[in-house]
Design a protein around this ligand. Structure first.
Ligand SMILES: Nc1ncnc2c1ncn2[C@@H]1O[C@H](COP(=O)(O)OP(=O)(O)OP(=O)(O)O)[C@@H](O)[C@H]1O
Ligand SMILES: [Mg+2]
Length: 264
């Protein structure tokens, strides 16, 4: 089955607001809402590496729904309203703060390289990093000084973002620990949600194996986008395994040719 062909909603009749590397944003049914559509495209190294991986968008939509719904339920504000279909979710439109907020528990990726740490080294405590969202510049790392000097966020907003990031880290660490997965690190994006005159910072975008490093606790096998970055293969199988452990896919579901089956 071609998952790129819309089966539920006629995509061509909706206004397309933005097309990114992994998702498309459409105008939502009500003012202040958007539809977030998950594509199968996988990119890495600022899109220098690109592939279409059949079924990835379906899995990310469902895993991200699971995480965001639980965050809403424990009082961590997010943009998520509800999932609409296999590939799409209804979200609140926010003013994205142009930062990638990375939380790290274990050394991996660029941190391991930059500081000469062995991958897998437990960090002395969770570390929050900020990267300026700018593809032309390869998303450079920035400090709070840069963020406030250039007006990307105020000191109060940075405090709110860090508090959110820590709550998300605690929730995700426990969630994955319970299913035998080590949360190495992850990235979130935050945005300003306006409700009348009031503004609050909420978690936006997605939280999925595309934006987390997830290692199997026993085997240390990678269950995230590093499978694509490092040409390890088996990306869909890994994402399916994450979904299965979270209880999103039925125990009996394998990876059938037509893509993963979803439990409603
Ligand atoms: N609630 C929201 N309101 C407005 N924009 C959002 C919201 N959630 C996510 N976005 C934005 O939607 C886009 C999602 O598309 P995608 O993840 O494919 O982008 P991308 O290729 O990674 O590019 P970018 O560098 O802009 O993130 C991102 O630009 C993200 O910042
Ligand atoms: Mg993105």
């Amino acid at each position: 089955m071609d998952f790129n062909k819309p089966r539920y909603t006629p995509m061509n009749r909706r206004r397309r607001i933005y097309e990114g590397k992994a998702k498309v944003l459409f105008e939502g049914p009500e003012p202040g809402t958007l539809i977030q559509h998950f594509k199968d495209d996988a990119t890495a190294f600022n899109a220098k590496k690109h592939e279409v991986i059949d079924g990835k968008g379906v899995l990310n939509n469902r895993i991200s729904e699971f995480v965001f719904q639980h965050l809403n339920d424990i009082g961590v504000p997010t943009h998520f309203i509800r999932r609409l279909n296999m590939r799409e979710q209804l979200i609140r439109e926010v003013e994205i703060i142009p930062l990638e907020v990375v939380v790290r528990n274990v050394a991996a990726g660029s941190l391991a390289k930059r500081l000469g740490l062995e991958e897998g080294t437990q960090l002395p405590r969770s570390i929050i990093e900020f990267y300026y969202k700018n593809d032309k510049l390869d998303d450079p790392m920035v400090s709070e000084e840069h963020i406030t000097a250039f007006g990307w966020a105020t000191p109060q907003e940075i405090d709110d973002i860090m508090a959110l990031a820590i709550r998300v880290n605690d929730f995700l660490s426990g969630l994955f620990l319970g299913v035998g997965i080590r949360l190495v690190d992850f990235k979130i994006e935050c945005g300003r949600l306006w409700e009348g005159d009031m503004m609050r910072i909420v978690v936006a975008d997605e939280i999925s194996p595309d934006s987390c490093r997830l290692w199997d606790m026993k085997s240390a096998e990678k269950l995230d986008k590093d499978r694509f970055r490092k040409d390890l293969g088996g990306l869909i199988e890994a994402y399916t395994e994450v979904a299965r452990r979270l209880g999103i896919l039925a125990e009996t579901d394998g990876v059938p040719m037509g893509g993963p089956r979803l439990v409603q």
